[in-house]
Ligand binder design. Structure first.
Ligand SMILES: Nc1nc2c(c(=O)[nH]1)N[C@H]1C(S)=C(S)[C@@H](COP(=O)(O)OP(=O)(O)OC[C@H]3O[C@@H](n4cnc5c(N)ncnc54)[C@H](O)[C@@H]3O)O[C@H]1N2
Ligand code: MOO
Length: 433
């Protein structure tokens, strides 16, 4: 295949490159700004989805409770529904602390209860409707006998304690949330807890914001789809799967993914056709952006408003950022660990800040279990295994080490200015799970 040499001195990109490496914080801000501007001008559409397909989505608009929760006043215990006014006096001279009441018919769950007559106690199970007139529940273990008599046993009585407060073990209709009041705000992330509330409110569908839509491309003549045997010098494509999974976990939708060959013209033509056809919110590429003779992304996008620059971070130093035909573009480096670290350090936080999902990863302090070195002038991000306040470095700094990456659950940050850390030193780690 014919490959043109990398063009020299592309104006805007060259000035970014000669300004020296960008800090991690500055690049993170630039990625956030890029997405913020796009989504300000292209707010996500709304769509209605089934509740069981809404996990991780963002609520399009505030939801108000269509009815009370609980929908009716019910018992919090298996016991007897009573009228507190019947108990105050007590009626057992031999046992002044207790009151004997005639038992009414049991109240089955899932049906309407008849009113409770004065001087009676109705067996009621947890969640069953409280009869009209009852204002407290006495748990069965506080009664005598402390078990339920067979249903329909005529003339039976039960002794209950006299000191029962009104409202005891009663779950009032609307006490969790009252009909018409706000249940969840617009933009809420729908996790299990929020979806559980919507289900309890009887909603089976919910209006959510469209996910950020991503066109995902990886480049390189050597890169082959998994499942196809390797020829000489070839490697399997790890990045598409790594980035696709990361994007999906972060609430984005991958519209299309492709492996593109190292031909700048073909790359550009394919990319522009996909952008026109799919109208994505973001184009994300991996590979082809550093200083080699065949940097297909860098060369192919020379005419676009994209800067190829260096961030003072390892891995993930080379970065591309800008727009392609007006659509936000990020170019991550080809090494798989570099791509993943770029995603976690830049894109995931930007999606979180701009769209509200995913929730930010937790950053926690941890003590190193082994010494670490870091290149001068770089913010190094190492892979580690975090357990209970300590972190063990996993694998070396190499950005091709996918096995070590898969054994890690945290990214260890060694900031610019620190070149050596002893075992026991405190570092900040980003928890990946
Ligand atoms: N002379 C210099 N060489 C390099 C520099 C530099 O500053 N000067 N930077 C190095 C750093 S750091 C990185 S990171 C890489 C980034 O290179 P590219 O973004 O241009 O990526 P490629 O050269 O295309 O690939 C790098 C590496 O990753 C493998 N790769 C690519 N795509 C995939 C994929 N989809 N799945 C798995 N592996 C992939 C590729 O085979 C290469 O081994 O540049 C350094 N070089
Ligand atoms: O910065 Mo590269 O991303 O080391 O491997």
């Amino acid at each position: 295949m014919s490959v043109e040499p990398a063009p020299q001195g592309v104006p805007a990109r060259a000035s970014a490159a000669t300004a020296g490496p960008r800090t991690v914080a500055a690049h993170r801000q630039a990625v956030e700004d890029l997405l913020r501007t796009w989504f300000r001008d292209h707010p996500p559409a709304h769509e209605t989805v089934a509740l069981n397909a809404a996990a991780g989505r963002l609520l399009a608009a505030e939801v108000r409770a269509p009815g009370n929760l609980p929908p009716f006043t019910n018992s919090q215990m298996d016991g007897y529904a009573v009228r507190v006014a019947d108990l105050a006096a007590g009626n057992q001279p031999a046992d002044p602390g207790r009151v004997r009441l005639a038992t009414a018919a049991p109240i089955p769950a899932g049906s309407a209860a008849p009113p409770l007559l004065p001087g009676t106690a109705a067996p009621v199970m947890t969640g069953a409707m409280l009869p009209e007139g009852a204002d407290a529940v006495v748990p069965i273990e506080a009664c005598t006998p402390d078990y339920f008599l067979p249903a329909g046993q005529a003339g039976s009585t039960v002794a209950v304690p006299a000191d029962v407060s009104p409202g005891q073990f009663v779950r009032r209709a609307g006490s969790d949330i009252a009909a018409g009041t706000p249940a969840l705000p617009a933009g809420a992330v729908l996790g299990a807890l929020q979806l559980g509330l919507l289900a309890a409110l009887g909603l089976d569908r919910v209006a959510v914001r469209a996910r950020p839509r991503v066109l995902l491309l990886t480049t390189g003549d050597e890169v082959i789809e998994p499942g196809i045997p390797l020829g000489p010098g070839q490697i399997h494509d790890a990045n598409t799967t790594l980035l696709r999974s990361s994007l999906q976990e972060a609430g984005a939708e991958v519209l299309r993914s492709r492996i593109l060959a190292d031909s700048p013209q073909e790359f550009t033509d394919r990319l522009r056709a996909d952008v026109a056809a799919d109208t994505p919110d973001l184009v994300l590429t991996s590979g082809g952006i550093s200083k080699g003779a065949y940097e297909v992304v860098r060369q192919g996008l020379a005419a676009q408003d994209v800067a190829f620059l260096s961030v003072a971070m390892q891995p993930g130093g080379p970065q591309g950022i800008g727009t392609v035909d007006g659509v936000p573009f990020l170019g991550f480096p080809g090494n798989p660990v570099s791509s993943l670290v770029s995603f976690e350090m830049f894109l995931r936080p930007a999606l979180s800040a701009v769209t509200g999902a995913p929730r930010p990863r937790a950053e926690v302090p941890a003590r190193l279990t082994a010494p670490l070195g870091s290149p001068a002038g770089k913010h190094q991000v190492r892979r580690g295994r975090y357990t209970a306040g300590t972190v063990e470095p996993v694998g070396g700094p190499g950005s091709h080490l996918v096995h070590a990456l898969a054994s890690s659950n945290a990214l260890i940050s060694v900031p610019v200015g620190t070149e050596h850390l002893e075992a026991g030193a405190e570092v900040t780690v980003l928890l990946l799970e």
